[in-house]
Write a protein of this length. Structure first.
Lengths: 475, 495
């Protein structure tokens, strides 16, 4: 009897707690809907152009996120219009004020203008870029001959304005240079395909019998933890790479045949720190930044889609709607989405289980004062391809000739040395692309051309205190 | 039995609650979608939402999705934007400003003010005063920092055109005489300088025009360089004086409650020959006037392509969340603006703390008389002349003779010294520049009079002094290529 009473008490207590917690969670933060409807109808009535709800929803959500991490932000959904994309020679990721510079390409307009990793592009031709997506930005550059960009310096916090002439944009996620004793790999950006490219490079190094890798993670500001975990998995012997709120990145135990040397500096941030912490390696350079966030992306439904799906799914809660849609295998139509909300869900725990923070910065094994990347001033020489457009079978261009010369040196091409993109050239390009992890589509695209160019960058890469230290430790 | 039902109830209750939570109603409209995503952010974000400033942050955010001229204003800023500092003379540096995200944006610079002499221009942004950062300060606070005792000095930091590295400039505060219109004569041409448009500009312009008319002059050079605009009313009043029965501008508003206005000049003025000088800083209301002259074929434009801002803004107060609910219930309206418009009719005035702030919105655009939009395009002058130098008239006023007395041999005056200086520059006088009207000066004046076609008798009378001033202006004006072109074109039509 007494036991039963105890049970009952515990049960009632449990229910009280549960109810309390439910009441608490149901009083989730909300704003006065009537107020915002009244405000919206007023602005829409007065403002010179018709303003759709969906048009200013994203910008309003950026307002809600004010004061939170820069990486929590809204971004307009951008459907490729087929217009040519232009760039300034820097890799970008979306943040609330605009775009953060992940890395800067050698001798690019961005490099010449003094832009650095971590700087933020916040206005373009005096317009805010707070809701603009990266591809939308590149498409805008493509439409203009020149643009005025306003940039917030990470170092000084000051705004500078620089005029850029737009130039063709191409992805060059990885620079790969074969040195005498090692393969030098610099990660420039983290994307869905970066890990595949690195895997390809590791395969080609393996076939060349090279066991030494210098992995350059300096001046690299990215929060793509997933891509970083994929890359780290290739060089880690197994176990946990990183843990975030929504899951853990694990990799099976496996043999790694490479001796890895990693280069870092104070601008090695986020994704790069995940790699540096989990890959067994000797680390050269300066202490890393100690800052990483896990970002989750949620589609922002248009008002019409929100009403439709909430009726279909019987709830007004976005997360439940999205989960139910997923469970039922229903894909959102492009018209249903006005944009995406990137939310920082948590920090990132490194392979040692510690939160990446100012207290867990990565200290190099070999401290090097000068961590400047050696080949940033590198100017493409005569034998280099002038990256202007894609080539495929049938193309005739001097750049095809140059590409053939490089492939000849790599032992992948042995045909006629002409400017014609011949059938045997298609085979050579495919062989090369497969060796670096690119899809074998026979196209000599601009990214492949950029990768081919890196073979002649050897001496420039060696003009670097960190690379020199790493190389001298190999010998 | 009772116990059992209680038990069942206790068991079911949490289940019901669990089921009920997802049944949050989906509401239509802006507020409904916004709330759905605020719940998502609240639920899924690592850091918490800033609740205290949430309403302001959302409105600021929403307006960042519109054009660059539309933004949220704090109530203090809204209250201080009334033309208080335009209506009286004051001690300061001589600029009108609006707040900018970096500090104080300069709208216009008064002629001969300390800011003018230091080369500040409309479009520059003041970011600091005496080391105090202006970022985030209201206009009232900024004005208080800038104003001070006459002859006291201050150091400001500016961004030229709002861009680049900050530039430090030392200034001395002075009494600023607020005139947007000044004029001077040379020959049979009146040169009228307008640095901005306030609600008093029309009045100033009328007075000057009366003097010009009474002198029998009908050639006008209107200098609108570095004139960043101002009130539309000021500009319309000026245009009405120099156009007759022609369209000045068409206003195209989005809101149906605002009639699209076509301002028409109805007065019947003199048949002026007009040349307008413009440059890249000629914007907004100054462009309305320029386009009105150009499109109606009432004169020529000389200089550089204008700035190209034809969007019109207006500020509106907005209520706080609680005040909205309260007054929405009283008025039976839901639209914020309709509620606010209805309250005065009901004799209700909300308390100061019932206002959240204000929103400045682009509410429309003006079209030139030909129905063109010039936004981001500007107006192309008839004669394109590039010139980067000083607008010399504004700088040389001190060197002119102040005409109030006749001079003959033996008289001593500061004005004589100025006359000698001008005669020396013109090559008529080679002696010492002093205040004594001596024989040498007498001879020089006689030669000057002969050269000017005046009666050559050596006495420096009013006519002679005016002629000397005219020559001074012309010799200075020669530096100013845009002005010279305007002058040549106007006088050429004579022949």
């Amino acid at each position: 009897m007494k036991k039963k009473l105890l049970f009952k008490t515990i049960y009632i207590l449990f229910i009280c707690l549960l109810s309390a917690s439910l009441v608490f969670s149901s009083s989730a933060l909300t704003v006065n809907e009537n107020y915002y409807d009244g405000l919206y109808s007023f602005i829409d009535m007065m403002y010179r152009n018709e303003l759709g709800i969906d048009e200013i929803m994203g910008a309003s959500l950026n307002g809600v996120l004010d004061g939170m991490s820069q990486y929590s932000c809204y971004e307009i959904s951008y459907t490729d219009t087929g217009k040519s994309l232009s760039g300034i020679g820097a890799n970008l990721e979306k943040v609330r004020d605009g775009f953060i510079i992940v890395s800067v390409n050698p001798s690019s307009p961005a490099y010449k203008a003094g832009l650095k990793s971590g700087d933020i592009i916040y206005r373009i031709d005096k317009q805010n870029t707070s809701v603009m997506g990266v591809n939308q930005f590149k498409s805008y550059l493509g439409e203009k001959e020149s643009v005025l960009l306003e940039i917030i310096s990470r170092e000084t916090g000051r705004v500078t304005a620089v005029r850029f002439n737009s130039e063709p944009d191409y992805r060059n996620d990885v620079d790969y240079v074969i040195l005498d004793d090692a393969g030098y790999i610099r990660i420039n950006a983290f994307s869905e395909t970066t890990a595949d490219i690195v895997a390809g490079i590791l395969g080609s190094l393996d076939s060349l019998g090279k066991k030494e890798i210098i992995l350059d993670l300096r001046d690299l500001v990215s929060m793509n933890i997933e891509s970083a975990a994929d890359i780290a998995g290739l060089l880690s012997t197994g176990g946990t790479i990183a843990r975030v709120k929504s899951g853990t990145f694990n990799v099976k135990k496996h043999e790694v045949d490479f001796n890895v040397k990693i280069l870092v500096n104070e601008m090695t941030i986020g994704a790069a720190e995940v790699i540096a912490a989990s890959v067994p390696a000797v680390i050269y350079g300066q202490t890393t930044a100690g800052q990483a966030y896990s970002i989750k992306k949620y589609p922002v439904l248009t008002e019409k889609a929100y009403i439709k799906y909430s009726q279909d799914m019987g709830t007004g809660e976005i997360t439940i709607i999205l989960n139910k849609l997923k469970a039922r295998g229903i894909e959102l139509e492009p018209d249903d989405i006005s944009g995406y909300l990137n939310l920082v869900e948590s920090g990132v725990y490194n392979s040692g289980g510690k939160l990446i923070s100012e207290n867990t910065r990565i200290e190099p094994n070999v401290v090097i004062e000068d961590t400047e990347i050696g080949y940033m001033d590198y100017v493409p020489g005569e034998g280099m391809i002038e990256i202007r457009r894609n080539y495929s079978e049938g193309s005739v261009n001097y750049d095809v000739y140059k590409a053939k010369s490089i492939l000849l040196e790599l032992g992948l091409f042995d045909g006629l040395m002409t400017a014609v993109f011949s059938g045997d050239m298609t085979d050579a390009v495919n062989k090369y692309k497969s060796s670096v992890g690119y899809p074998e589509d026979g196209v000599l695209d601009m990214s492949t051309q950029a990768m081919l160019n890196t073979y002649s960058m050897k001496s420039a890469v060696l003009d670097d205190k960190c690379v020199q230290a790493a190389v001298s430790d190999i010998n | 039995m009772k116990k059992k039902s209680l038990k069942i109830l206790l068991f079911i209750l949490p289940l019901v609650l669990v089921v009920m939570i997802p049944l949050v109603a989906a509401n239509e409209g802006f507020g409904g979608v916004l709330n759905a995503y605020i719940r998502l952010i609240d639920d899924r974000s690592e850091t918490v939402i800033d609740i205290i400033d949430l309403d302001k942050n959302i409105i600021k955010g929403a307006l960042s999705g519109t054009d660059k001229y539309s933004y949220f204003q704090e109530i203090t800023t809204y209250n201080s934007q009334a033309d208080e500092y335009l209506d009286s003379n004051f001690v300061g540096i001589g600029v009108t400003m609006t707040e900018d995200e970096k500090g104080a944006f300069i709208n216009s610079v008064f002629v001969n003010s300390p800011a003018y002499r230091a080369g500040l221009k409309s479009g520059d942004v003041i970011i600091a005063v005496n080391g105090t950062d202006l970022k985030g300060k209201s206009l009232k606070q900024i004005a208080a920092i800038i104003k001070g005792p006459s002859k006291s000095s201050l150091e400001i930091e500016i961004l030229v055109n709002g861009l680049g590295e900050p530039k430090k400039i030392a200034l001395t505060r002075d009494l600023v005489i607020i005139k947007t219109v000044t004029y001077t004569m040379f020959g049979d041409t009146a040169y009228i300088r307008m640095t901005g448009f306030t609600n008093k500009t029309g009045e100033e312009f009328s007075k000057i025009l009366e003097k010009i008319n009474s002198a029998g002059v009908n050639k006008l050079i209107i200098d609108l360089r570095d004139n960043g605009g101002g009130t539309v009313r000021g500009c319309i009043e000026v245009a009405r004086k120099i156009l007759s029965d022609e369209t000045i501008v068409k206003m195209d508003f989005r809101y149906n409650g605002y009639l699209d206005i076509r301002y028409v000049a109805s007065e019947n003025p003199n048949d002026y020959e007009i040349a307008i000088i413009v440059n890249g800083n000629t914007a907004s209301a100054a462009e309305i006037l320029s386009a009105a002259i150009k499109d109606n074929d009432r004169g020529i434009l000389v200089g550089e392509n204008t700035f190209g801002k034809s969007l019109v803004q207006s500020s509106y107060l907005i209520l706080t969340d609680e005040a909205y609910e309260k007054y929405s219930a009283i008025t039976g309206e839901t639209n914020m603006h309709v509620i606010i418009k209805t309250l005065p009719r009901m004799g209700i005035e909300p308390d100061e703390d019932e206002w959240l702030g204000a929103v400045k919105l682009t509410i429309g655009e003006y079209m030139t008389p030909n129905g063109e939009s010039i936004n981001n395009i500007g107006i192309e002058p008839d004669f394109i002349i590039n010139y980067n130098g000083l607008i010399v008239f504004d700088y040389k006023v001190d060197e002119e003779i102040f005409v109030f007395d006749k001079f003959n041999i033996g008289m001593v005056s500061e004005q004589v010294k100025k006359a000698k200086s001008i005669l020396a520059d013109l090559g008529f006088y080679k002696g010492e520049i002093n205040a004594l009207y001596d024989q040498e000066a007498f001879d020089a004046v006689m030669q000057f009079q002969a050269a000017e076609g005046l009666y050559p008798y050596g006495v420096m009378d009013f006519t002679t002094q005016s002629a000397l001033n005219n020559r001074l202006r012309l010799s200075n004006a020669e530096m100013d290529k845009q002005l010279m072109k305007a002058y040549q074109e106007l006088t050429k039509e004579d022949n």
